[in-house]
Design a protein around this ligand. Structure first.
Ligand SMILES: [Zn+2]
Length: 81
């Protein structure tokens, strides 16, 4: 059994990781994370050249979250980030 503990990237709570590293946030934060992600995504245009700082300014969402989604491959497709 590999049931490792990891830290939620949003609230910092420890959670057990049964997803093999796919879950980056704890169950409490999943809805909030999804809402922030949609907010960022809705402000981006396909093929746009945009800096992470610029996205953060537009959406008011901390750049550390935006960078996290880029690292996870959830943002950046079709974008020049
Ligand atoms: Zn959390």
């Amino acid at each position: 059994m590999s049931n490792r503990l990891k830290q939620c990237e949003l609230c910092g709570d420890f959670m057990s990781d049964q997803s093999g590293g796919l879950n980056l946030v704890c169950p409490k934060c999943i809805d909030k994370d999804a809402e922030m992600f949609e907010r960022v995504k809705s402000r981006l245009k396909y093929g746009e050249k945009v800096a992470v700082n610029e996205i953060a300014n537009r959406t008011g969402i901390d750049r550390k979250h935006i960078e996290r989604w880029v690292r996870a491959g959830r943002l950046g497709e079709g974008l020049d980030i």
